[in-house]
Design a binder for this molecule. Structure first.
Ligand SMILES: Nc1ncnc2c1ncn2[C@@H]1O[C@H](COP(=O)(O)OP(=O)(O)OP(=O)(O)O)[C@@H](O)[C@H]1O
Length: 602
């Protein structure tokens, strides 16, 4: 089932709950410095608005002064008014910019905190989630979500709130100076304007959501194709991939054009409403002047106040849309945060205490999906410091056993015990800290070889890293590299050969130094000479540890204390190498076949 966080087409996120979750970022707890910044920024908003509102009055005073014979002669008064007007204009710019400077840190911090929360949560999610996700989609959701929180904060605090303040101030001025008629007309205009903008923007949002949906899919597809570039080349599918990408882009472009065109319609409609209002207000002023109730300056005052009010209102569609979009983006990100952890620590779970490292599987039943059982009641024990090997055909469930021991999944029935402690009862952190794995297919971080080895233990010194490299017979190879331990391994370690990657994986497990070790066909990618070397090292390090070996090649496990032959999730045979050969069953068959293969190769 695809994870529903990918549903970008949703255009109607629950507004109140999403805003509620957004509030702690608007007014961050335990951050007095940030809260102070918000207060100062709010104060600066008011200062800027005060400067804006004085301008029309100064304007009016200049006009009236020029028309008034008495004042008209007082040039110094007029010039002082003009200078104050200039000062008010400058004040607005100054306060707006100071506000931005003060606020910048608040927005960035909020985005940082949210992004870190999501990132941490993603890492706490189960393997099932990670196998089902698309990397491109998830990164896009995080990117959009964090960006939107910054933008939302900005618009709510610096557009919506100040516009409400300005509108109230304009209405109060109109009431005092011109009476309720103009107040009612302005309120009606603003109401019509808001309703119109909201309706058209809702329609545009639907178009944008569709466009976003396509954008997300285009990115998901392109990242998937890029990650699989080798496969694309093997199957000469470059043209196929390009065509698929182009088709996705074409759909996106069509949606984008529609979305842009709809902006024109919004602007035209808004302009009709504002201009009709302007004409009405000016006609009212002209009539008042003709009646001798109003001055020329009053006409200028009404005109200037309305013009100023329209400026933020002009942006209302964009602001409303951005806020709706921000809600959609944040909702997608909150959904990601809400994705339930499949495997959780029990309340009061204690750390695992490893004494000798005995591992026990007790009647373990497991299936990934409801309709197919993978393990049918497995019972076995790996004694302390002992070695148990699991062999069997591909798909028998061998790697699944390792995943269950790491508690990437919980079994449907049965228990897994380490030194008598049920692994479902202890903390995952302590459990995973006690187990080391050299996986079948080692994936490395896109960083240096030294970093990748050092990943095995936080704070490992260079000397320890080099010792681990020696233990994995990697030191000779690294010595030959011009950049030595600083050599970059490329994305997922693709610049190294399979064998080299595996040796890095062995080295970092050596550095981790766990009491329990899982070797998942750990030497499958090595040539026979290196394999012998590594086998000797592995044999040495597994001497002092409980070791579970998952193997295809039986030659590597003849020394195991016990060998389990797994077939379709059941133990078909068990015993030592000798005992199993004597049985002449599945194991003996596999042994014979592999020996023949070896002979043929030789
Ligand atoms: N995440 C998953 N979701 C659903 N089914 C899965 C998943 N992982 C593995 N399986 C299925 O579980 C079965 C056992 O897989 P597992 O990887 O344990 O086999 P294996 O014995 O290790 O095979 P191989 O030797 O090829 O590595 C397989 O049939 C596989 O298709």
């Amino acid at each position: 089932m695809p994870p529903d966080y990918a549903t970008q087409g949703q255009i109607d996120p629950p507004m109140i709950p999403t805003l509620k979750r957004f509030l702690p970022y608007l007014w961050p707890k335990g951050e007095p410095g940030l809260r102070m910044r918000i207060i100062v920024a709010g104060f600066l908003v008011l200062c800027a608005k005060a400067a804006i509102l004085t301008m029309p009055f100064l304007y009016k005073a200049v006009i009236d002064g020029m028309s008034d014979d008495e004042l008209g002669t007082e040039l110094t008064v007029l010039l002082a008014l003009v200078a104050t007007y200039g000062l008010a204009r400058f004040g607005q710019v100054l306060f707006d910019n100071l506000r931005n400077i003060v606020f910048e840190k608040v927005g960035q911090q909020a985005a940082r905190r949210l992004a870190t929360n999501v990132f941490t949560h993603l890492h706490s999610l189960s393997l099932r989630f990670h196998l089902g996700r698309r990397t491109g989609e998830v990164t896009k959701i995080i990117e959009r979500g964090t960006k939107s929180i910054d933008i939302m904060l900005y618009f709510l605090l610096f557009n919506i709130a100040p516009t409400v303040v300005e509108l109230t101030a304009v209405l109060v001025i109109f009431q005092i100076k011109f009476g309720f008629g103009l107040v009612a007309a302005t309120m009606a205009m603003v109401a019509i304007y808001i309703i119109f903008t909201r309706k058209v923007t809702d329609w545009r949002n639907a178009l944008r959501a569709k466009m976003n949906d396509m954008d997300t899919r285009v990115i998901g597809r392109s990242v998937d194709a890029l990650l699989n570039y080798e496969t694309v080349k093997y199957f000469t599918a470059e043209r196929r991939e390009s065509e698929r990408y182009d088709k996705a882009m074409r759909d996106w472009a069509a949606a984008a054009v529609k979305s842009e065109n709809s902006l024109g319609m919004l602007n035209i409609g808004q302009s009709i409403i504002t201009n009709l209002t302007m004409i009405g207000a000016m006609a009212f002023s002209v009539y008042g002047w003709q009646q001798g109730d109003l001055t020329v300056g009053d006409l200028v005052l009404v005109n200037a106040l309305l013009m100023q009010l329209f400026r933020p209102l002009d942006l209302l569609g964009m602001v409303y849309r951005t806020i709706c979009q921000g809600l959609v983006d944040m909702d997608a990100m909150f959904k990601l945060i809400d994705t339930k952890q499949e495997v959780v620590d029990k309340p009061g779970a204690k750390p695992l205490q490893v004494s000798d490292g005995t591992v026990r599987f007790e009647n373990v039943v497991f299936n990934y999906d409801d309709d197919r059982k993978i393990l049918h009641g497995l019972d076995f024990e790996v004694p302390a410091d002992g070695t148990l090997a699991i062999v069997g055909p591909s798909g028998a469930g061998k790697s699944t056993i390792a995943r269950l021991l790491f508690r990437f999944y919980d079994p449907q029935d049965g228990r897994i015990l380490i030194d008598g402690q049920d692994i479902a009862e202890v903390t995952q952190h302590s459990l995973r800290g006690a187990i080391g794995i050299v996986p079948q297919d080692s994936v490395l971080f896109n960083d240096s070889i030294g970093y990748n080895i050092g990943y095995g233990r936080e704070g490992a010194t260079q000397a320890e890293i080099e010792e681990a490299a020696r233990g994995a017979a990697l030191d000779g190879f690294i010595a030959k590299l011009p950049d030595g331990y600083d050599t970059q391994v490329g994305e997922r370690g693709l610049k190294l050969s399979g064998g080299e990657k595996q040796r890095v994986a062995i080295a970092r497990t050596l550095l981790k130094n766990p009491p329990i070790l899982i070797l998942d066909e750990a030497t499958s990618a090595l040539d026979s000479r290196t394999e012998d070397e590594i086998q000797a090292t592995l044999a040495k390090i597994s001497e002092r540890r409980t070791t579970l070996i998952i193997a295809h090649r039986l030659s590597t496990i003849t020394h195991a204390d016990e060998i389990i032959v797994l077939n379709e999730g059941r133990i078909a045979e068990r015993g030592s190498h000798r005992q199993l050969l004597v049985k002449r069953g599945l194991y003996a068959d596999m042994w014979k076949r592999q020996a023949e293969d070896q002979r043929e190769k030789a």
